[in-house]
Design a protein around this ligand. Structure first.
Ligand code: MN
Length: 724
């Protein structure tokens, strides 16, 4: 059991100027807040926060972190509020307690390996300050130490979680001893028999191992001293779980494991590390393939050492790690080593900078702060989330999904399943109905609402961030387009032929079946005149195509026809049905045989481009009046050209979006009523429109394509309705 004065003494030993008063106040406050509570062991609850604080003090952390250890459960478990903590202990402690409380609420619910990795990343991302994670690790370590008092089921689930989440996290942060202790305790609960076996054998061999250890310690020490190398050497028993793993991995017996003791050789500097290695290798033959230079190439968590295995005295294989004091500190305490104060032997900003640089997964960060004069201060506010490129969100069932930053609910829906995405009608984020533009944040819980009638909209592409979702939406429209082409082709064939085409006819167009023939005709890949001449039929004048409204129809960008106009359809290779004004010049140049009379009905909310010409007197505010009037009729101006005429007159050519011929008529009527407007007329002969807008055509074309795809979507719904 930890006592508060032990903790304060420990702090003073590495930071004589520490604000011990803060620690004492936090202790008194926490003890009062938890006064009524007991742990499952029956002891007072405060023993847990004390235990956590003691672990944090062992890591030589700053007083804010240790105070947070004392206070970490107050907001979650007692009447204390975050405001209370802030008011009494300042913003820093408040911020840390808040962080610990928040990540405490994230529940790990799946035991899948991939989920575990995501969960660890999520903890890293959510705990904006790295000290929050350190408190969380200390919290978990203390809970593991006192796990004996909880029910068996809880022991197993907590041990599993520790093994999958917290031990790897400790490893990632480079705090080796916490990882090992967590591993061993979890091992003892998860595989009690195996644990007892390893423990028993280790105990049985303890005397022998101990003797071997001190022998080798002395031998190494002497060898190095002969070469005038001042070194600290000590052998350390491997931790139980790693022995167990090794037995399993190598399929060997305990008795065959000679490297149960690992030796650490600590020397002054890097040069001495290599020197010591040379001495040891000349004394005992190294085992080939076992030497690793983690000084030149540090491990991702920042670990540095030279590692080798040699055939030692008595033909025992012995593992040796050679490192400097700083590397040793780092290997033991990992990221926590950054908070070590004056007594750690590392002085000066330069050395600290160097130490930081060794910490590879914070490398990006270090590069940013190389110019900063006080990296310690910066480290205290490390925002880990800046370096995580993903957001981790939960489904309603607690599954974790990793999405790129900036992802939206639709990205999530498509990540769950393409069908979920395609039928998404809405989303709840953390229980609240939310729109599709909302960006998802770390730890959000997202629930997708679906409806069988719902289909994707092109608008969605604006909100989508992930390639997967984008591809799914595009694919949906491509499939629609194909279905539409088939329907269109069927209509055309139906009109031309009295009966279904024979197999021979189908083959003569290089199609494998009727469906493919329809598709090719519908797409315009087989020109209608070719179709007619092959079929040996003669017709003159346009066809009547009755069901064409259900097909893909692209309004031509030469004459800008509108639903309700007298229009003609022409099948264009690779494009499908292009709709022209009946009197369009472009259409006149094509063969009459390829024209089709089509019905084209307006759809609410689906707009098309068209052009009008307005002749008006010059007066102040005229342009504003015109655009205001057009807008008031729920029409959008897409493009505008102004031409000054003689005699105070101006000609405006306006490209605007309307639903139909009737809608346009309403717009024109209102513009005519404006003071000073002399004449308004529609431009629906290609030559006139092109004269004014030839530059804007590319831009317009895109708008038209989008509009026609909208049409597609609406049509599909209708077809579905009529077929049921
Ligand atoms: Mn706790």
């Amino acid at each position: 059991m930890s006592r508060i004065f032990e903790i304060t003494e420990k702090i003073k030993s590495y930071d004589p100027d520490a604000n011990i008063n803060l620690i004492n106040r936090a202790y008194v406050f926490a003890a009062q807040a938890h006064a009524e509570q007991h742990r499952q062991s029956g002891e007072l609850y405060i023993n847990h926060p004390l235990g956590v604080a003691n672990i944090l003090a062992s890591l030589k952390l700053d007083v804010d972190t240790i105070a947070t250890g004392l206070l970490h459960d107050t907001v979650e478990d007692t009447h204390v509020t975050l405001e209370d903590i802030r008011a009494r202990f300042g913003d820093d402690v408040g911020h840390l307690v808040d962080g610990v409380t928040k990540i405490g609420k994230i529940q790990f619910q799946s035991s899948e390996h991939k989920q575990a990795e995501n969960f660890r990343k999520m903890l890293l991302a959510t705990a904006k300050d790295i000290r929050v994670l350190l408190v969380k690790l200390a919290d978990r370590l203390h809970n593991m130490r006192t796990l004996g008092f909880v029910p068996r089921r809880k022991q197993v689930s907590t041990s599993n979680e520790t093994m999958q989440i917290y031990a790897p996290l400790a490893h990632r942060l480079g705090i080796h001893w916490i990882k090992q202790e967590m591993d061993d305790i979890a091992f003892s609960y998860l595989e009690p028999e195996a644990y007892q076996e390893v423990l028993g054998k280790l105990r049985g061999n303890l005397t022998f191992l101990d003797k071997t250890r001190s022998q080798i310690e002395v031998l190494l020490q002497e060898a190095l001293q002969r070469e005038k190398l001042d070194a600290t050497i000590y052998g350390r028993m491997k931790h139980l779980f790693s022995i167990h793993e090794k037995i399993k991995r190598k399929h060997v017996d305990f008795d065959q494991l000679y490297d149960l003791v690992a030796f650490r050789v600590i020397v002054k500097d890097t040069a001495e590390c290599y020197h010591a290695l040379g001495i040891i290798h000349s004394l005992y033959p190294p085992v080939p393939g076992r030497f690793k230079d983690y000084i030149a190439l540090p491990k991702p968590n920042g670990y540095q050492s030279l590692q080798t295995t040699v055939i030692g005295p008595g033909s025992h294989r012995i593992e040796v790690q050679i490192r400097t004091q700083a590397m040793h500190q780092y290997a033991e305490d990992g990221v926590a080593a950054h908070w070590i104060y004056k007594s750690d032997g590392v002085t000066g900003e330069k050395k600290k900078n160097q130490q930081l640089r060794e910490f590879r997964w914070l490398k990006q960060l270090t590069e940013m702060i190389q110019d900063t004069s006080n990296p310690t201060e910066f480290m205290e506010n490390v925002r880990l989330d800046l370096f995580v490129q993903e957001v981790y969100v939960f489904s309603r069932d607690g599954d974790i999904f990793a999405l790129p930053r900036g992802s939206t609910p639709l990205d999530f829906a498509y990540a769950v399943h393409t069908d979920v995405g395609n039928h998404c009608v809405g989303v709840r984020v953390n229980g609240q109905l939310t729109d599709f533009e909302t960006r998802l944040h770390q730890g959000d819980q997202v629930e997708v609402l679906t409806g069988p009638e719902q289909t994707p909209s092109l608008q969605w592409l604006k909100y989508i961030k992930t390639p997967r979702a984008r591809q799914s939406v595009r694919q949906y429209f491509r499939r629609q387009e194909r279905d539409m082409s088939i329907r269109m082709g069927a209509s055309v064939l139906d009109t031309i032929l009295d009966a279904k085409p024979s197999e021979k006819m189908i083959k003569s167009f290089k199609c494998k079946d009727y469906k493919q023939l329809c598709e090719k005709v519908g797409r315009g890949d087989i020109p209608v005149d070719e179709l007619i001449s092959t079929l040996g039929q003669q017709r003159s004048g346009p066809f009547q195509l009755h069901h064409a409204k259900s097909a893909i129809m692209y309004p031509a960008t030469c004459c800008y026809p509108l639903p309700g106009d007298q229009v003609m359809g022409a099948l264009v290779k690779g494009k499908g049905m292009v709709i022209h004004d009946r009197y369009c010049n472009t259409l006149q140049q094509q063969h009459e045989n390829t024209w089709m009379e089509v019905e084209w009905k307006p759809e609410e909310g689906v707009n098309f481009c068209t052009a009008i010409e307005i002749v008006t007197k010059n007066r102040r505010g005229m342009l504003g009046d015109i655009s205001g009037t057009i807008a008031s009729q729920k029409s959008d101006i897409e493009d505008l050209r102004i031409e000054q005429k003689a005699g105070q007159m101006t000609t405006l050519t306006v490209l605007l979006e309307v639903e139909s011929r009737k809608h346009l008529a309403d717009v024109i009527r209102c513009v005519r009523q404006l003071e000073g407007v002399e004449r308004v007329k529609r431009l629906n002969h290609s030559g006139l429109v092109l004269k004014h807008f030839h530059q804007g055509v590319g831009h317009m074309l895109k708008g038209v394509m989008d509009a026609s795809l909208h049409l597609l979507q609406t049509n599909r719904k209708k077809n579905n309705d009529s077929s049921t």
